[in-house]
Design a binder for this molecule. Structure first.
Ligand code: ADP
Ligand code: ASP
Ligand code: MG
Length: 454
């Protein structure tokens, strides 16, 4: 296969499409890679998804007029971009699209305040306008600058189940539709522009893939098309040794294995969405994380395997807002079936467990989504005594080198020996060492570990 013939999927995150200057950078990046047959997946303009969710909450309390009013400054940000790139007097298809969106959003927000349709369904319909508008705007901007671009409605390509807010794609159907719809456009040398994050169920109702889900959309498109590369364009130069917002010394990691990247993403390095990894791994598509502000830097390559550097860790991820749940029961002692009963409770309430650790008579585990915690605890009381404590952070040290290293764990813990560690997990995945500490201590612990290891 001629690599040059394979399309390149480029995903631009919210910060990469925040304002006029950002759209200009995206144009530069896409136009210099036209020979690589770009397919663009774009997030909502930065802050727009949050604003739409906030408007939904206001409407839920009954005040739909106030809800729609909070969106006006964000509509204006779109208008400003479109005015900048599309000269007055030239027909501007984006204006009509924005008017339509404004009308639809008022209608949806009124429905929210009246509860005239299920709220979870309305919420996804509302929040989808972030990506509907950004993709349309980007397509019009690129066209105005002479790129043969065409907006494609992702809701026609990505088919999901009915789990509003965190819908699961139905892969076979999605794969077929992506090929069917995008194939001819690419063959015509046009650049398809799709919104990430948004999809539809089989009945055609709008669904969304969960926060940060544009990466997932991009990975599915890359997998379906057998792309030569998936480029994740963001506001930092690749995956770094820790979150650069916490530690200014953070450095770019040139190469990561899929497994390392998945662990990092799962434990809070939000630069890559956890699920992004999966479709790319399955199809052996290289993923590159790069910086819109520094387009010539190579960034981070995520590959099937990366070289093992013994006694080396690659990165420190963290996730705040973690709750610890402890279940203590003498029934655990030497009995089988206890864990199964325990897990069934979490399964029933669709609550994901992050870290788990067990002793003879107790189990401690961490959760980051506590929306069902009360029901979970009520059920668990049948199994043993429960204790719930919030305000923790998970710290995850990742590197292929951990597999074969001796003494690394002790090095980690001796660096932070004065910090109280609530829970430790090591060995399940051979590439990570995970532990849980009080949230207030997180930033300091990360800086100290970073200093020690990098
Ligand atoms: P986008 O809008 O492009 O999707 P995100 O905000 O989702 O961007 O992800 C990029 C952010 O991820 C960075 O600005 C950075 O603060 C944060 N981040 C957390 N951990 C890391 C890490 N290890 N390496 C790089 N960025 C990280
Ligand atoms: N716009 C969505 C969000 O803010 C999806 C994404 O940006 O990936 O979560
Ligand atoms: Mg993101």
């Amino acid at each position: 296969v001629n690599q040059a013939q394979l399309p390149t999927v480029m995903k631009f995150g919210g910060t990469s499409v925040g304002d006029v200057a950002a759209f200009e950078r995206v144009f530069q990046i896409v136009s210099t890679q036209l020979a690589k047959q770009p397919v663009v997946v774009v997030s909502a303009m930065t802050k727009v998804t949050d604003a739409l969710l906030a408007a939904f909450e206001i409407a839920k309390k009954g005040d739909f007029a106030a809800a729609i009013a909070t969106l006006e400054p964000h509509f204006d940000r779109h208008t400003e971009v479109s005015r900048h790139f599309i000269p007055a007097g030239v027909p501007n298809a984006f204006n009509g699209e924005l008017e339509f969106a404004r009308g639809e959003l008022s209608d949806l927000l009124i429905r929210v305040s009246r509860r005239s349709l299920p709220l979870s369904m309305l919420k996804d319909a509302i929040v989808s306008y972030g990506e509907q508008l950004s993709s349309r705007l980007l397509a019009e901007v690129l066209k105005a600058k002479g790129v043969k671009a065409r907006q494609v409605d992702s809701r026609r390509l990505i088919v999901t189940d009915d789990e509003y807010g965190a819908a699961q794609p139905i892969w076979d159907e999605t794969e077929t539709l992506i090929k069917l719809e995008l194939g001819p456009i690419i063959a015509d040398d046009e650049v398809p522009i799709m919104g990430g994050f948004i999809a539809a169920n089989r009945g055609g109702e709008t669904t969304t893939l969960g926060r940060g889900g544009s990466d997932y959309s991009a990975a599915m498109v890359a997998a379906a098309l057998g792309a030569g590369e998936l480029q994740i364009w963001t506001d930092v130069t690749g995956v770094m040794t820790c979150d650069p917002r916490i530690c200014a010394e953070a450095r770019t990691i040139p190469v990561l294995s899929y497994e390392e990247a998945a662990e990092l993403a799962y434990f809070g390095a939000k630069v890559l969405h956890p699920k992004t990894i999966k479709p790319a791994v399955d199809h052996a598509i290289p993923v590159r994380v790069c910086n819109t502000f520094e387009p010539d830097a190579v960034g981070t390559m995520v590959l099937a395997d990366s070289a093992v550097v013994p006694n080396k860790i690659k990165s420190i991820a963290h996730k705040k807002n973690i709750t610890i749940l402890r279940i203590t029961s003498a029934r655990m002692l030497g009995s089988y079936g206890f864990m199964s009963a325990l897990f069934q409770v979490f399964e029933r309430f669709r609550t994901v467990i992050d870290v788990i650790s067990t002793s003879e008579v107790s189990v401690a585990l961490t959760l980051d989504n506590t929306s069902e915690i009360e029901r979970v605890v009520t059920e668990l009381e049948r199994l043993g005594d429960d204790e719930v404590e919030s305000g923790y952070a998970v710290i995850c040290v990742v590197g292929e080198g951990l597999r074969a290293s001796t003494g690394l764990a002790s090095q980690v813990f001796s660096t932070i020996e004065d910090v109280n560690v609530a829970l430790i997990s090591h060995g399940a995945s051979s590439v990570n060492l995970t532990f849980v500490i009080k949230e207030e201590a997180a930033a300091d612990v990360i800086r100290r570990l970073h200093k020690q290891f990098f």
